[in-house]
Design a protein. Sequence first.
Length: 202
Amino acid sequence: MASPGGLGHNRPNFHPDQPWPTVLFRSLRTALAHRDARAPEVKISGDNLPSSLARQLQTIYLVSGDEPLLVNEAADAIRATARSQGFVERELHVIERGFDWRGLIAGSRSMSLFAQRKIVEIRMANAAPGEQGADAIVELAEQSSPDTLVLIVAAKLDSRTQSSRWVSAVEKRGVLVQVWPIDLPRLPDRKSTRLNSSHPYR
């Protein structure tokens, strides 16, 4: 019988011999486990990419910005982390007019001769993949595989593009990395980091 207020439906199941503290502790532990299995950060800045990669490597990334050097460094960091986790093979696709998006989808699903985990990298000169490209990116995001990492590198996204369905699909399943220019006060620290490390994001 439900308790007043309808809370009886949410009352955890318990054995009569089990004390309530034990039942509540187990329920809390289950709730915390579900909380830890939360979705990825969705949208981060380039500065927060190292800590994000240290926590967990996602299956799809979109790196965007109007500073090519910084964008490439962010992409390098993602590839380096992926390689350390067994993503040895890399497929590079440069998007041009008439690009075969269906062929890309088919290739991303095929395993290599040695069944290695692979990176499917998509480079777009602008942030406009077109209808076919948008369909393909949504499909890549929604039908992700633990053996395939999708890395999309694009120019800076305007507000309209950020609300597009293909960007939303990436944010839902992976991470959007927005790379911003370095502020002048941070430039000396940045140069020091580059001198002390072969890769600033490692």
